[in-house]
Ligand binder design. Structure first.
Ligand SMILES: *Cc1c(COP(=O)(O)O)cnc(C)c1O
Length: 426
């Protein structure tokens, strides 16, 4: 469903390619940068898949047993669903081909009427409005401001006439879930959480992805758990679970390989279309072996983020939006705002100055065709005017910060960014 990814860099994280020759604005020549004291960190390589997965993958390769419904029981996909449900404290987990598939199935499982309006944040990955369109619904974009979180007043206004809500915790930034859930509960609106980038984040001690009616996660390579591709849908609602299982492709009596809900499956069998968005066993084996790694990755990612954020916040020209008090983040990247009298041209030069110092930084709204800039979502027809989100996207910067980086590498990135800002503004 998200057929991007032809580039060597992350489709839903940072595009590291240099500014395109076709970019608007004059290309300022990058001045000579000081020689780096240490080699620039590689922020693109993945971590090795844990050894625990290797034997299981080899077993699957030898047997050829890759389809989740072939084995009578205990297929890797079923075991992963049981583990994930237990890990999240949810009644039902359904493994699927991507988070985009999970979002699509979530909307279909809610049985919304054709053309139903679904409120989403205007700062998200293009796959989110795409899932809404795919489900036959109409996305309504709510403003996201320089806090990188939903503008609750605009969000509440847009609930008028809406049938459902998807909260995208973009880059793991959690909007005010207390206010959002209260506003949606008051109107009887179901909330789907797009927790693609929030595995390991908590809100008031509760796991993000378990607060709404349905939670959706991604195992695409640039997320907390890397299976190349993959997704998960969680819910405590048995009817939603049954409908999602059938539509994910549990044809004939394959639903018998999912625990519980026999009567619901019998009811929905053949009454719902089969969209075939299943996960296969190899992916499940690779995801399962990484579940024990999540705690370490979350702790390291948070420490790395806070270490660099503290240095950037010491600069007059950059500000890392703070977490909300209820929020404990699980970051694998860093976002900050260019603060002060920056111009678009200055922001462009900042990207070049950082690149000259071997640090890749992207201003969301300045890279061509950025999939997170709402004005590029031409498949929506006319995109709305969203001044707050536009203002944020023109000054919000994105840096990859994988959990495996060392302190020296983090300091290299922080120093490069600070010097780049000073070179433009100082
Ligand atoms: C990555 C991402 C998605 C899409 O996930 P896929 O598994 O690639 O479909 C959706 N929303 C957000 C916020 C993401 O970061």
């Amino acid at each position: 469903m998200a057929p991007d990814g032809l580039r060597p860099t992350a489709p839903e994280t940072l595009d590291a390619e240099p500014l395109d020759a076709a970019s608007p604005g004059p290309a300022a020549p990058a001045p000579a940068a000081p020689a780096p004291a240490a080699p620039a960190p590689n922020v693109y390589d993945a971590e090795a898949i844990p050894q625990a997965a290797w034997a299981e993958v080899e077993r699957l390769l030898r047997s050829g047993d890759l389809f989740r419904y072939t084995a009578p029981r205990d297929a890797p996909v079923s075991l992963l669903e049981a583990d994930f449900a237990a890990e999240m404290g949810m009644d039902y987990a359904l493994a699927v081909s991507s988070c985009s598939s999970a979002l699509f199935l979530a909307l279909k499982a809610l049985d919304l009427p054709a053309g139903a309006r679904v409120v989403i944040p205007a700062f998200t990955f293009a796959a989110v409005p795409s899932a809404v369109v795919h489900a036959g619904c109409v996305p309504v974009l709510a403003e996201v401001d320089r806090s990188l979180r939903l503008d609750i007043a605009d969000f509440t206004d847009k609930l008028e006439g809406a049938a459902a809500v998807i909260i995208s915790h973009m880059r793991g930034h959690t909007s005010d879930m207390d206010a959002i859930l209260a506003a949606c509960d008051a109107r009887g609106l179901p909330v789907i959480e797009d927790a693609a980038h929030s595995l390991g984040t908590t809100w008031g001690g509760r796991k993000i992805g378990t607060l709404g009616r349905i939670g959706c996660f991604s195992f695409q390579s640039y997320k907390m758990v890397n299976a190349g591709e993959g997704g998960m849908l969680v819910t405590n609602d048995p009817e939603i679970a049954a409908r999602a299982v059938i539509m994910s492709g549990a044809y004939e009596h394959n639903w018998k390989k999912h625990p519980g809900l026999q009567n619901s499956y019998l009811h929905w069998q053949n009454r719902l279309p089969l969209y075939n968005m299943r996960m296969q066993n190899l992916s499940a084996a690779i995801v399962r072996a990484q579940l024990p790694e999540i705690g370490r990755r979350v702790a390291a990612g948070r420490a790395n983020h806070d270490h660099v954020a503290a240095q950037l916040n010491g600069s007059a020209w950059m500000r890392v939006p703070p977490a909300l008090p209820q929020e404990e983040r699980a970051p694998d990247s860093l976002q900050f705002i260019l603060e002060g009298p920056w111009t678009d041209e200055g922001a462009r030069r900042f990207q070049e100055e950082a690149k000259a110092r071997e640090v890749s930084v992207q201003v969301f709204g300045l890279s061509q065709d950025n999939a997170r800039a709402f004005w590029n979502w031409q498949f929506l027809g006319e995109t709305p005017d969203l001044p707050k989100t536009r203002d944020m996207l023109m000054r919000a910067c994105d840096v990859r910060l994988p959990a495996r980086l060392s302190r020296a590498e983090l300091d290299f990135i922080a120093a490069g960014l600070i010097a780049a800002a000073a070179a433009v503004m100082g």
